[in-house]
Design a protein around this ligand. Structure first.
Ligand SMILES: N[C@@H](CCC(=O)N[C@@H](CS)C(=O)NCC(=O)O)C(=O)O
Length: 209
């Protein structure tokens, strides 16, 4: 069976997939798309990802993009690791709820801050948006804190792909110097990144840099 190919760039959203693959214990080929050197816009890579972004995977000819979709696909494909609840269950519906919450409520305002401070070309940045985006992020963090009350992990007692999605987003917030305003979320993030699989992520990404 062909090894899964992961198209990524260190410390980007492809880190979520590296983490997922390390938790699953699956061998994979990391193909670095050098975003800073314009690698995403090469004609070859645009055939894999129409917008030239990472992550993307190629699993024996099946190409998939979008970090949360890839994590869910991998969790379904390797169910023994219990990283994604079985399809057509209430647990899966709750998992989907978490995915959409993280991507649309938590990540979205944070990414707005990122885009308007260092990602977009300077002439496209709108500094006035930063204050409201930071406020929206804090509001989402407040909801996240409530959703985690009494639980070590998002889905309850066991670690799942959702924890990767959340911890990765909170780590970005710390790197972007956007406060989450919550000691609980700081300690949750610390607990998640203390996992041995995350140590592997750091090692793998440093060899690919
Ligand atoms: N919604 C996508 C977002 C992917 C995305 O924006 N990736 C960034 C890196 S974190 C990228 O490739 N940016 C390069 C570009 O915008 O050209 C996902 O979650 O996979």
């Amino acid at each position: 069976m062909a090894m899964i190919k992961l198209y990524g760039y260190p410390r980007s959203r492809s880190t979520r997939i590296v983490w997922m693959l390390e938790e699953l214990g699956i061998d994979y080929e990391f193909i670095k798309i050098d975003l800073l050197a314009g690698g995403g816009q090469s004609q070859d890579y645009l055939k894999i990802h129409a917008d030239g972004k990472v992550p993307a995977i190629d699993d024996g000819g099946f190409v998939l993009t979008e970090s949360a979709a890839i994590m869910t696909y991998l969790g379904d494909k390797y169910p023994a690791a219990n990283m994604v609840p079985k399809p057509v269950t209430k647990a899966r519906a709750t998992y989907d709820e978490w995915c959409f919450f993280v991507l649309t409520e938590l990540e979205q305002p944070l990414w707005t801050v990122g885009k308007h401070t260092f990602v977009l070309p300077e002439d496209k940045r709108v500094p006035e948006i930063l204050q409201v985006a930071r406020w929206e992020f804090l509001k989402a963090c407040n909801v996240l804190e409530k959703k985690l009350v009494g639980k070590p992990f998002a889905l309850g007692d066991s670690f799942s792909a959702i924890d990767i999605l959340i911890a990765h987003t909170l780590r970005w917030a710390a790197a972007f110097k956007v406060p989450c305003g919550s000691e609980r979320l700081d300690s949750y993030r610390g607990d998640m990144i203390a996992r041995p699989a995350f140590e592997q992520v750091i090692k793998r990404e440093s060899t690919e840099s």
